[in-house]
Design a protein around this ligand. Structure first.
Ligand SMILES: [Zn+2]
Length: 404
């Protein structure tokens, strides 16, 4: 296969079947049709299990943050670095095997995952809960039957899958998300924000209709009064080489995100970090691990920033998850979709003042991505399922008053 076409073909798999366009499209369609994650009919996930009841009114939470690290597998989250990929041959690593192992390899799985995700395992899993360790009888999965990005973000934010969304280039989301819904309440209006590295969030959260505060991709909103820090950030946005025109570096999102939180005090916040998916598609396992490790730091930085503010201290809940899993083995870790078995499996972590510190969940009922939307709303005392009956019920085990 022509190397350029092969590359374009691989690019078209980025978070699913979404980046085709231009004169090459017809040829690429022919080349990729057989392997498309979208065209196969069999659904990836099963129907959402329904908890018996929505727990009562919210407890202490007044602010909620949903954080997504794109395409970050449950395997890395629960068992740390994969030893079969810590090399140049299978993992495509530029970093030496010795250096990579020094950073991320520990013989014990608990020590290994803590080395990769020190905040997730040192703080979130101690003070909160984490679902999705299939080795311990906890399953978290998508129900959209696609296992790529737009269907996943749609499922978690509207509360139900939409089978019509079969491409990342689907366009503006016809359905309102829980963020758009919350933004209609006086209490939250203008204080619901979407910060994400990927510009397709503009469509997923329907920027044109929703009226949400949004910063996505390489678009850096211009401020009336720029500080020297703002000006430096703008220069970096304008002059840095773009690995992906659709997706900005996680670090370039983090700076304006923290500034926004400090100045605007959002009540409901979505944060999307894209690098974990991008580097996997490039076959760079060393950078998958580095970006996962840095994402963990960014979550800690956001948590610490918010806990240092009276508006947020002790009243803020974080939900941390991924939009889809990926395949496994020596090759399929790079991709995801119906062709890569296991891509429907995800993980969901929750920490906040209303979530019992049950840690890593084991031998517990399956939870689904669709439940995240109503869970976001439930933490701030709103019954999203009542307003949108198609939406799955919240994850009962993480809510105030739950003994599960
Ligand atoms: Zn992807």
């Amino acid at each position: 296969m022509d190397e350029r076409l092969e590359h374009r073909g691989a690019r078209s798999m980025k978070r699913g079947y979404g980046t085709l366009g231009g004169a090459l499209a017809a040829g690429i369609l022919l080349l990729t049709a057989a392997a498309s994650p979208v065209r196969a009919a069999a659904p990836v996930g099963a129907a959402a299990p329904m908890p018996a009841a929505v727990p009562g009114p919210a407890g202490k939470t007044r602010n909620v943050v949903l954080i997504v690290s794109d395409g970050l597998r449950w395997q890395e989250v629960f068992t740390g670095a994969d030893p079969t990929l810590l090399n140049e041959k299978e993992g495509g690593s530029w970093l030496s095997e010795a250096d990579l192992k020094k950073r991320y390899w520990r013989p014990d799985a608990d020590a290994r995952r803590a080395a990769l995700f020190p905040f997730l395992w040192g703080t979130v899993a101690k003070q909160g809960q984490i679902y999705g360790n299939q080795l311990k009888g906890s399953v978290a999965r998508v129900t959209n039957g696609k296992a790529f990005s737009y269907p996943g973000y749609n499922e978690m934010s509207t509360g139900y899958p939409n089978d019509a969304i079969d491409s990342n280039e689907f366009g503006p989301n016809p359905n309102a998300t829980v963020f758009e819904w919350l933004n209609k309440f006086d209490e939250y209006r203008g204080r619901v924000a979407i910060f994400g590295t990927w510009n397709v969030y503009d469509n997923i959260f329907n920027k044109g209709r929703s009226g949400l505060v949004m910063q996505t991709g390489w678009n850096l909103p211009r401020k009336a009064q720029e500080t020297p820090r703002d000006a430096l950030l703008r220069e970096l946005f304008d002059t840095s080489t773009r690995f992906d025109e659709e997706d900005v570096w996680n670090s370039f999102l983090q700076v304006p995100l923290l500034d926004y939180v400090k100045s605007a005090h959002p009540r409901v916040l979505f944060v999307g970090y894209g690098e974990t998916d991008n580097w996997a598609h490039q076959g760079r396992y060393d950078l998958v691990l580095d970006s996962a490790h840095r994402m963990d730091h960014f979550v800690k930085q956001l948590w610490d920033t918010m806990q240092a503010m009276p508006e947020y201290r002790g009243t803020t809940t974080f939900i941390i998850t991924t939009d889809h899993g990926r395949g496994s083995g020596l090759t399929e870790w790079k991709e995801h979709g119906v062709e890569e078995r296991g891509s429907e499996n995800i993980w969901i972590a929750v920490m906040g003042p209303d979530t019992a510190a049950l840690g890593e969940r084991s031998r517990v009922g399956a939870v689904t991505q669709a439940q995240i939307a109503a869970t976001v709303a439930a933490f701030v005392g709103r019954d999203y399922h009542a307003a949108e009956p198609k939406a799955a019920l919240p994850i009962a085990g993480v809510l105030h008053g739950s003994a599960e």
